[in-house]
Design a protein around this ligand. Structure first.
Ligand SMILES: [Zn+2]
Length: 243
């Protein structure tokens, strides 16, 4: 995304809406959402940023702990909101303990079995509802269409449509920010460095197997390691574990 364009659009909307409103970051406790939190602190200021984390029955509670620790480290408020319907709605490897290898591709959909249908749509709709009543008009999410092209709910087109739907459905002027949308993992690591997010990344969690120290072999661990390696930066999470 062109950040200058993004900024002017947001400013225009603020002027129209009259709500500066601050920002709400959807914080999963992972690398990308942690980076987005620091992007938001840089852009909106520490006093104007809140974080929200969804407890959706993920296999590994360590993700929720990571989100709390990242928010605490950043000095921002974090609220954990339960959404416990995903396991009842559909099978997927992130909530269903009985499923096999995480990251395997489903032969009928061609999507990774870690795809949770509707997850980002539901998260962002809930985040918008939370933000609405608090006068917050900026929503920030760490979705990216580059490395995670297998997830259709991470695409730019989906996010534009959702922003439109939220604004129509709540008759307001949310701006849905996706600062990582077109960045590679390497570029995301470099952005995290520039924003001063590296110390917070020591508390973040990525491993699909829920391991700390991370397993280093699952698709999420491999993707994270590749990004840090290409950026020429040591992963603070791994460094912290080896001390
Ligand atoms: Zn792993």
């Amino acid at each position: 995304m062109n950040m200058d364009n993004d900024r002017s659009t947001a400013q225009d909307r603020e002027d129209r809406d009259g709500a500066s409103g601050g920002a709400l970051v959807v914080l999963s406790g992972g690398q990308d959402s942690t980076t987005c939190l620091y992007w938001s602190l840089d852009r909106f200021g520490a006093d104007s940023v809140l974080t929200i984390t969804f407890d959706y029955g993920q296999r590994h509670r360590v993700e929720l702990v990571a989100a709390e620790k990242v928010a605490e480290h950043a000095g921002v408020q974090n609220e954990i909101i339960p959404i416990n319907t995903f396991p009842s709605l559909a099978e997927n490897a992130l909530t269903d303990h009985a499923m096999g290898d995480v990251g395997a591709v489903d032969s009928t959909t061609d999507l990774p079995n870690t795809f949770v249908p509707g997850r980002n749509l539901i998260f962002l709709t809930c985040a918008a509802a939370y933000a609405y009543s608090r006068g917050i008009r900026h929503l920030v999410t760490g979705v990216a269409q580059t490395d995670y092209s297998g997830y259709p709910d991470c695409r730019q087109e989906t996010m534009h449509a959702l922003e439109n739907a939220l604004n129509l459905g709540m008759e307001t002027t949310f701006t849905l920010h996706t600062p990582l949308m077109n960045l590679s993992k390497k570029e995301t690591v470099l952005l995290a460095r520039d924003l001063g997010a590296l110390p917070a990344l020591a508390y973040s969690h990525t491993c699909y197997l829920g391991q700390r120290p991370p397993c280093g072999r699952c698709p999420a661990c491999l993707l994270r390691a590749k990004g840090f390696q290409e950026a020429g930066i040591d992963d603070p999470l791994i460094l912290g574990m080896s001390r």
